[in-house]
Design a protein around this ligand. Structure first.
Ligand code: 48F
Length: 260
């Protein structure tokens, strides 16, 4: 039995990893925007691998606000909640409240069930840059980074990469820091997150969700941080709508590129 358990885990994990060394979309960060993007892209038939640094994907959604584990979602995003079976209750006109643990678990489950592969404890440390385009991500075990160990990484090749790393916008930041590239922002660089303004932040999160550099898209709080817009705190409709929007953009791009 001991042999079966260890062999079973190692054989099946190796197979899973090998099958995801070349993908259509590599999603970095398993917060709400990355998870919902993974679900819609996988549902559209794309090969999607999502890489999350922490043990549990879910990003900032588990904790609600100040660990009061409830979240607020506005009317515009209710159809997404319905789509992934998250229950909600009306609060004020146009605003609903949900249990953040149920909401986060549902997003993870629906991304996986739609066909996305989720790798936890993976930290993305760099991108692959080929012919002026992002063509993949450079990956390592998260504990390797945390311990400050020097261990060479592996590479995942991807037709498109999504930076959904939240406030730190890590993928776009490393691209900008290491290479003399011009991002599709007002300054051409990382503009940085601004202070809290909920309405503005929710609106611009969706507006800023786009291809920020050839082969690299941004969603969620990373989109606002890259483009110099406001944070919004524990309202989550913008994150979900951003994830849905980026899935549509990437899907269109890949379908055109692959001629289907
Ligand atoms: O921060 P996060 O939840 O991103 P999001 O989808 O949602 C933002 C909201 O949670 C909240 C908010 C508004 O309502 O402002 O903050 O934009 O999730 C980002 C995930 O990316 C992971 C990180 O651990 C988190 O789970 N992450 C960050 N950098 C890396 C990474 C990296 N280099 N490699 C792998 N994962």
């Amino acid at each position: 039995m001991e042999k079966i358990v260890s062999f079973g885990i190692i054989d099946s994990y190796q197979k899973k990893l090998k099958e995801n060394l070349v993908v259509d979309v590599a999603i970095v960060g398993g917060g709400p925007s990355g998870l919902i993007a993974a679900k819609y892209l996988a549902q559209a038939g794309k090969k999607v691998a999502l890489f999350e640094r922490k043990l549990a994907p879910g990003g900032g959604m588990w904790s609600g606000a100040m660990m009061f584990n409830q979240i607020v979602v506005q009317e515009d995003a209710i159809s997404i909640l319905d789509n992934v079976n998250i229950s909600y209750k009306p609060y004020e006109e146009g605003y609903y409240v949900c249990d953040s643990v149920e909401a986060t678990a549902a997003l993870i489950f629906s991304a996986k069930k739609a066909g996305a592969t989720i790798f936890n404890c993976f930290s993305i440390e760099d991108v692959v840059l080929q012919k002026g385009s992002v063509a993949g991500v450079v990956v390592n075990w998260a504990p390797v980074h945390r311990e400050g160990m020097y261990v060479d990484p592996l590479v995942i090749m991807a037709k498109t990469v999504l930076d959904s790393t939240g406030h730190s916008c890590e993928v776009t930041s490393v691209l900008a820091r290491k290479n003399e590239v011009k991002l599709k922002t007002q300054t051409g660089g990382i503009m940085g997150e601004r202070s809290l303004s909920i309405e503005e932040g929710e609106r611009t999160t969706i507006e800023n969700t786009k291809e920020i550099f050839p082969g690299l898209y941004v969603s969620g709080m990373a989109a606002n941080a890259v483009s110099g817009n406001f944070r919004m705190g524990p309202i989550f409709g913008g994150m979900l709508m951003s994830g849905k929007k980026v899935a549509g953009l990437i899907n269109d791009r890949l379908s055109k590129r692959d001629g289907c």
